[in-house]
Design a protein around this ligand. Structure first.
Ligand code: FE
Ligand code: FE
Ligand code: FE
Length: 190
């Protein structure tokens, strides 16, 4: 059927998201199982529960739109989930594995953030504030999850930094002047 209205567009976009979320309810338990860091494990488990709620929320949105809740295979999420599976099987230290799991998970979250932004805006333009609010709610959950994953990732990356130097922005560089090498300027070799 030709999609030639915003209603049709919204429905088409929601079908993709419905499938993407359902894929994630299957992938997240595996990610949680593979994660070694307790905080990361909890983040995945928490987001699994949230994701189940997001699936129900999309079903509620279909109801409000008086459409059947149908899904359309989301090839992108399938690929992202496959990469996550590859990561789980990768030969890597616990710490590096966790960092790779986060990298995979954040790809999934960013896909969702993009997609929910789109459907929220379509609903808003259609004047369906109730649906827009529901989609906005999920969007915020995805953003919070992404932020949480960034926080855990930064902690783990810093802890794994071989040089042991935690790079932080220095506000007062004046005190470090004694350590400066006299007049020697760094040159980049080509
Ligand atoms: Fe989600
Ligand atoms: Fe998709
Ligand atoms: Fe998510």
């Amino acid at each position: 059927m030709t999609i030639d209205t915003l209603d049709g567009l919204l429905e088409e976009q929601l079908k993709d998201l419905y499938d993407a979320e359902k894929q994630l309810t299957k992938a997240l338990p595996k990610m949680a199982k593979a994660a070694k860091d307790p905080e990361l494990k909890t983040a995945f488990t928490d987001h699994l529960e949230q994701t189940k709620g997001q699936v129900s929320r999309i079903e509620h949105v279909f109801e409000l739109l008086e459409k059947k809740a149908k899904s359309k295979p989301c090839a992108a999420m399938k690929g992202i989930v496959e990469e996550g599976q590859e990561t789980i099987q990768e030969d890597a230290s616990d710490e590096m594995k966790d960092c790779m799991l986060i990298a995979s998970a954040q790809r999934a979250e960013h896909y969702e953030i993009a997609a929910y932004g789109t459907v929220r805006t379509i609903a808003e333009i259609l004047g369906n504030q109730e649906v827009a609010d529901l989609l906005q709610q999920t969007l915020e959950e995805e953003e919070q999850t992404d932020a949480k994953l960034s926080e855990i990732s930064e902690r783990m990356l810093n802890a794994s930094n071989d040089s042991g130097e935690v790079e932080e922005e220095e506000e007062d560089e004046g005190e470090l002047e004694d350590d400066e090498e006299n007049g020697e300027e760094e040159e980049e070799e080509e």
